[in-house]
Design a protein around this ligand. Structure first.
Ligand code: LP5
Ligand code: MN
Length: 257
């Protein structure tokens, strides 16, 4: 998308919602967000981990998933473009999911030209290069051949394996140093160099919302880290004048400010 020259035109960025039937309040907040805030944007970018986990596109008909997919499809039907980058929890979302939700899956990372800004988008997990155990796991499960084999198993068997993996992941996260689970500064610099020093870099995954003002080889770059949706929602807005964090309103139906 190119700059529209309209000062009111904007795109929204969210990540790490971890939507799950066990937290209906957050699902309700997301559906309210789509209907009262995202509907004013030109585009919504979901930068990974929309779901607590995604076991395969044959889980589309699950009632909780269905309500979210319907709400996403409704946004596109109102003329708002919706894009998604895979997270480490939901990288098995495929073409069937994308078609049902009426959204476009973008590669990780992706460059966009938005309102005159060069913007790089990513989930962010690939930048946690000090987490050697996670990166080895990531390489394995991102292989098409591994995924093909995994998806051949019955849905219930896949879910059971993912639940077991979730428990192991939580145990390992408890003993990993906090610094290991953050992005590696050298990996960030290499990525920004390889993409020609974009003005803005937006990612999630670490659940450490912040703006980092970087200087990479003399180029000023804003690295915006999105927050998760565990306690309440988190969203970044980008327009011609730049980025700002939006906060939920006091009441459920309020537009985020
Ligand atoms: O997600 P989060 O932030 O809590 O933790 C991540 C890393 N953990 C994960 C695991 C996911 O949470 C589990 C859900 C994935 C669903 C994907 C479906 C398809 C795969 C199914 C495979 C059975 O991503 C965590 C990071 C943390 O971010 C911070 O960056 O530290 O990484 C781990 O804890 C992983 C362990 O360090 C290594 C686990 C090795 C497990 C090997 C078992 C083999 C299983 C299957 C074959 C490959
Ligand atoms: Mn993640």
């Amino acid at each position: 998308m190119s700059s529209t020259g309209n000062a009111d035109a904007h795109a929204l960025f969210i990540s790490d919602l971890h939507l799950s039937e066990s937290r209906p309040d957050i699902t309700a907040q997301f559906i309210q967000f789509l209907g009262h805030t995202a509907n004013h944007a030109e585009a919504l970018y979901i930068l990974g981990d929309l779901f607590e986990y995604w076991a395969g596109d044959d889980d589309l008909t699950d009632p909780h998933h269905h309500s979210i997919i319907q709400a996403l499809a409704g946004l596109t039907q109102q003329g708002i473009a919706c894009y998604l980058i895979h997270g480490n929890r939901d990288f098995l979302m495929g073409a069937t999911f994308a078609h049902a939700a009426r959204l476009e899956i973008l590669p990780d990372p992706s460059m966009r030209n938005l309102y005159g800004h060069q913007v790089l988008l990513s989930h962010g997990d690939a930048l946690c290069t000090d987490d050697v155990a996670y990166q080895a796991f990531r390489r394995q499960v991102r292989q098409p051949e591994w995924q093909r084999h995994f998806l051949q198993q019955p849905l219930a068997a896949r879910k059971a394996q993912i639940e077991a993996l979730r428990m192991r992941s939580e145990e390992e996260k408890n003993i990993k140093a906090e610094s290991i689970m953050d992005v590696n500064a050298g990996a960030v610099a290499d990525l920004l160099r390889a993409h020609g020093y974009p003005r803005i870099f937006i990612h999630g995954h670490t659940h450490r919302p912040a703006l980092h003002q970087l200087d990479i080889d003399g180029h000023a770059i804003e690295r915006w880290v999105l927050g998760d949706w565990y306690e309440q929602g988190s969203c970044l807005e980008l327009r011609q004048s730049g980025c700002r964090v939006l906060r939920p309103g006091r009441n459920a139906g309020d537009r985020w400010q």
